[in-house]
Design a binder for this molecule. Structure first.
Ligand code: HSE
Length: 398
């Protein structure tokens, strides 16, 4: 029988205990034996909860207990998660984590350490919540050169953008509503500024390409600069604005970006609404594929963590098969990236803007503003033209 410990009894950690208890018999069938939690490590005591009798405040209780062979890390952040996880792996325990910051910063090192100790370091729940994307990249896509991974990797911002588009609501109002519903954090910065999907695309591309992708090297824009004109324009054109995290390979060079994009109705990402996530993966043999599901939430994320726990208990040797070298993958700058832009200008500047952006189409919006779609141009040329004309706002077109 496997004994597990859960470090961090917040939303995900309590979900993990719940799934372990709720699906105990099923888990026995899948893993070959029962997997019960023996400890819950947290600063608090949680009286009256299922964790009450399992609480410890001392990491060494877990590290020094030979009965515990699998540790779940759902603390978040890197301190003390990183030293605690390291200690557990060094003590010969498998670790399953939902912590994207830990994986993005220390994943490569912890994976190597786990390999040397002959245990697992699994992190399915760090990207896309309940969507099995890491396991898919490590298993189902291994016959392919991955050409692109692009997706909606943040449920909070997708919820906000969906409401803004469908209800014409203002950003600040929808954010407040999302916070009241518990969808957005009280401090929403990591989500709305795009750092959360940036970390996730860095992890996914590190796994897909087998080398380190630093999240600091990825150009990132969040959703806070999106104007009501952008939303009105997107609606009139028949599409949506989505925060997309993307990573592409082209002729041996690598390009990455997190930014709001206009997606037209015929793009499958346009139909991904609310707090859902979707990940488009293009391989050189398989072509275009897409994974879809709940990218966040207690039970959805806990499902992915517990699946890792079951796989660790099965001893499938999954970690040994993951290639993630310490070498860093160089990401190209965005200046030469080419695309069209959806740009809003004061209506008295339409003629000048049409010439500067090579735009044919224009759509009148409210408040004396006009929307234009530019020709395909480089980021650098677009910026130069925007500075010359003076624009109200712009959104990249996917
Ligand atoms: N804040 C994240 C989201 C949680 O909204 O997607 C899951 O990582």
């Amino acid at each position: 029988m496997s004994k597990a410990a859960i470090m961090g009894y917040g939303t995900i950690g309590s979900g993990v205990l719940k799934v372990l208890m709720m699906n105990r018999e099923l888990i026995k069938r899948s893993a070959g034996d029962y997997i019960d939690a023996k400890y819950v490590l947290d600063l608090k005591d949680f009286p009256g909860t299922p964790a009450e009798k399992l609480i410890t405040h001392n990491i060494d209780d877990i590290v020094n207990d030979p009965e515990v062979d699998i540790v779940v890390e759902t603390m978040g952040g890197t301190n003390p998660a990183y030293p605690f996880v390291k200690k557990c792996i060094e003590a010969g325990k498998s670790v399953c984590t939902s912590n994207k910051e830990l994986v993005e910063k220390h994943g490569q090192e912890l994976l190597e350490l786990a390999k040397t100790k002959n245990v697992d370091f699994l992190f399915e729940a760090s990207c896309g919540g309940g969507i099995p994307v890491i396991r898919a990249l490590n298993c189902a896509y291994v016959a392919d050169e991955i050409e692109e991974i692009s997706g909606i990797l943040n449920g909070t911002t997708n919820f906000i953008l969906t409401k803004m588009l469908k209800e014409g609501a203002a950003y600040a109002d929808v954010l407040r509503e999302a916070q009241d519903m518990g969808i957005a954090e009280r401090n929403p910065e990591a989500d709305v500024e795009g750092h959360d999907p940036c970390r996730k695309i860095a992890i996914l591309s590190s796994v897909a390409y087998g080398k380190n992708v630093n999240f600091e090297s990825i150009y990132t824009e969040g959703i806070t600069g999106i104007t009501p004109y952008d939303m009105e324009f997107a609606k009139k054109r028949g599409g949506a604005i989505k925060l997309i995290a993307s990573f592409r390979e082209k002729e041996g060079k690598y390009y990455a970006m997190v930014s709001p994009f206009f997606v037209s109705e015929d793009n499958a990402l346009c139909a991904v609404n609310g707090a859902y996530n979707a990940i488009y993966i293009k391989g050189n043999a398989v072509g275009s594929t897409m994974l879809y599901g709940s990218g966040a939430g207690m039970m959805e994320t806990a499902s992915a963590v517990v699946a890792d726990v079951v796989n660790a208990a099965r001893g499938t040797g999954e970690t040994k098969r993951v290639v993630w070298l310490p070498e860093t993958l160089k990401i190209e700058g965005i200046d030469e990236d080419r695309r069209s832009f959806m740009v809003c200008v004061q209506s008295d500047k339409v003629a000048q803007a049409k010439e500067a952006f090579g735009a044919a189409e224009s759509v009148e919006l409210s408040g004396g503003v006009t929307g234009l779609i530019t020709k395909e141009m480089s980021e650098k040329d677009f910026k130069a033209a925007s500075d010359k004309v003076g624009i109200v706002s712009r959104i990249r077109v996917k």
